[in-house]
Design a binder for this molecule. Structure first.
Ligand code: APR
Length: 173
């Protein structure tokens, strides 16, 4: 078992050529805005078709859980869709951090069972879902750095905005 190698990039997740990119989806799995919108737009209708099969089989995807589909026209081989927590100011922070950690953990586990060696994550829940960026970054990095695997070798964090990039850069340095 070995610890994964992490890398940090600023850019667009849909351009990243890895085995799997991770989508910050919603529980319906029917697409949306943000990185979800970009993935479906670039990946094409095959992804939504695959999501609809999953919806038929298991309904949508619960917060903190993950499902896997084709990547369609994307450079990646697969898309792992996970649903981050919608941040609530007056709710318990630890339980929300735990749900967010599960997004990273369950995505990595899914990559492992599908023999995928490289995985790229966006900053899950830090856009529409309003999770504080620093807090989310700490959860993401801690979860990934604690993950031991015989399959997954590389995790690339892709930050779309400057603020997230600076936060990740400071923590990873
Ligand atoms: N590549 C990488 N990161 C991106 C991209 C992209 N093309 N587009 C947006 N992001 C970043 C945002 O800047 C943010 O830091 O992804 C992070 C997550 O933001 P959202 O995409 O809004 O995802 P999230 O906050 O998890 O909210 C999920 O938004 O798009 C809907 O259907 C989605 O309902 C779900 C909700």
């Amino acid at each position: 078992m070995s610890v994964v190698t992490t890398k940090l990039l600023k850019g667009d997740l849909t351009t990243i050529n890895v085995d799997a990119i991770v989508n910050a989806a919603n529980s319906s799995l029917l697409g949306g805005g943000g990185v979800d919108g970009a993935i479906h737009k670039v990946g094409g209708p095959e992804i939504l078709q695959a999501c609809k099969i999953i919806i038929k089989e298991q309904g949508g995807c619960k917060t903190g859980e993950a499902v896997i589909t084709t990547a369609g026209n994307l450079p990646a081989k697969k898309v792992i869709h996970t649903v981050g927590p919608i941040f609530e100011e007056d709710a318990d922070v630890e339980s929300q951090k735990h749900l967010l950690a599960n997004c990273y953990l369950n995505s990595l586990r899914l990559a492992e069972t599908h023999h995928l060696k490289s995985v790229s994550f966006p900053n899950i829940s830090t856009g529409v879902y309003g999770f504080p960026k620093r807090l989310a970054a700490e959860v993401a990095i801690e979860t990934v750095l604690n993950y031991q695997s015989t399959v997954v070798e590389t995790v690339i964090f892709v930050c779309f905005d400057d603020e997230n990039f600076q936060i990740y850069n400071n923590i990873l340095k």
